[in-house]
Write a protein that binds this ligand. Structure first.
Ligand SMILES: Cc1cc2nc3c(=O)[nH]c(=O)nc-3n(C[C@H](O)[C@H](O)[C@H](O)COP(=O)(O)O)c2cc1C
Length: 401
């Protein structure tokens, strides 16, 4: 199942380090090539010899080994890996990755890689609940690092959340990540994400709260499913997914130009960006001065990118997002027709668990025939996969028709 997959198994100094032996054994049994990279503290819990025997590879423990190694080892390892798994990951390890610290071989490999990184934290419940640790984890999730949640149960000291899941569960996750569908192979997909910023004067702008999480998740998932992806993004702090053609824009007008120049080569356009509907009629060259009286901001409608692309879509698949706080199905259906879309993803930020800053969303998928599918509350990454399932089916249908 994991034949030809190259996995770096990172181990840090937690009590659950003993479970890493079983993880390595299972990965090997499924055909993966495994190189174990251990921190100095991990070696206090478990010996490299055991892992060397199980992985059938030299275990990497040092940044500057005495025995000369040809090439720059951390870079080679970082490029070699299809996936980096860290299990167990200590609170210290998560904190160091978040801070961009690279003071040993494992953290240096992690900072040097473009491959997916899957982190399985395990620790005492108080460490797990510590807001600094939680914030570190959230930060990394937003940058595209993936986490396996620990389980609740007996810990080395007391009970609570923090126990490393069983090796079987961790390996299942690795298999799921490594053997994903390749149903978008050969397709070119254009994705827009994030918000636009419309200057009012040299220091102020008009914008919205879109984080770009869904669009980035779509771009990343489409790339993993084999598509050639171009991601056009407004300002966002998110990590750019590996191996996508990334174009950064600011204003709605720039997003329009970027979409137009990449549209012809695309098989599908997924417009997840929250483009300003209105832009200032005039941009002041100088900072608008504070006054005692009211000032009137004059806005004009921006170019409707989707509608423009809808006019020239031919056999391309067009997907729009519709953010509505009332009558979402009715309004979204109207947009779908007006803009000549194949699919519209309707969402309401007022639904609990939906919205901008959170990692989850509840959406309704509406197709050209007016069929609606209300999805449960899902992670934005899961919403991305669902949208791509539809796009994949539509692309297949377009080829047949
Ligand atoms: C017996 C023992 C068990 C430990 N277990 C854990 C653990 O499960 N999770 C954790 O985050 N830290 C644990 N620690 C603390 C880490 O070993 C410590 O933070 C260390 O600096 C981690 O180093 P590393 O991340 O470079 O491997 C434990 C320490 C000891 C002495």
């Amino acid at each position: 199942m994991l034949k030809e997959k190259k996995i770096i198994m990172g181990i840090s100094g937690g009590i659950a380090a003993y479970k890493s032996c079983e993880i390595v054994r299972r990965l090997k049994k499924l055909g993966a090539q495994v190189i174990v990279v251990m921190t100095e503290n991990a070696q206090k819990f478990i010996t490299p010899l055991t892992l060397e025997t199980l992985s059938e590879n030299e275990v990497v423990t040092e940044m500057f080994p005495e025995k000369k190694v040809v090439g720059v080892r951390h870079v080679n390892l970082a490029q070699w890996a299809d996936l980096i798994l860290i299990a167990p990951a200590t609170a210290n390890m998560v904190g160091k990755i978040r801070a961009g610290i690279a003071d040993d071989i494992l953290t240096t490999v992690v900072i040097s890689t473009k491959s997916p990184v899957l982190i399985a934290p395990s620790m005492n419940v108080n460490m797990w609940e510590n807001p600094i640790f939680q914030e570190n984890m959230e930060f990394l999730k937003n940058k595209g690092y993936m986490f396996i949640e620990p389980e609740t149960g007996d810990l080395a000291c007391g009970t609570g959340k923090g126990r490393l899941p069983e090796p079987e569960t961790i390996v299942k996750q690795v298999v799921r990540l490594s053997t994903g569908k390749k149903d978008l192979e050969g397709k070119s997909i254009l994705v827009t994400a994030g918000r636009t910023q419309e200057p009012l004067d040299p220091v102020r702008y008009l914008s919205n709260r879109s984080s770009g999480k869904t669009g980035y998740a779509i771009a990343e998932a489409a790339q993993k499913r084999g598509a050639k992806v171009t991601l056009i993004s407004g300002p966002s702090d998110l990590r750019v997914p590996a191996e996508v053609n990334f174009i950064r824009v600011e204003k709605a007008k720039e997003m329009y130009s970027a979409v137009r120049s990449h549209f012809d080569k695309a098989d599908a356009l997924i417009m997840a960006a929250a483009v300003s509907d209105f832009v200032p009629s005039m941009v002041s060259q100088d900072k608008i001065k504070r006054k005692e009286e009211e000032i009137l901001l004059k806005l004009k409608p921006s170019l409707d990118i989707l509608k423009e692309m809808g006019k020239r879509k031919k056999k391309k698949i067009l997907v729009g997002f519709s953010l509505e706080t009332e009558d979402e199905i009715k309004n979204s259906k109207r947009k779908l027709v007006e803009k000549n879309l194949d699919l519209i993803v309707a969402n309401n930020p007022n639904v609990p668990g939906a919205g901008f800053e959170v990692d989850t969303n509840q959406v309704i998928l509406i197709d050209r025939r007016g069929r609606t599918e209300k999805l449960p509350l899902l992670l934005k990454k899961e919403v991305a996969e669902k949208v791509l399932d539809k796009v994949s089916a539509l692309l297949k249908k377009a080829r047949r028709g």
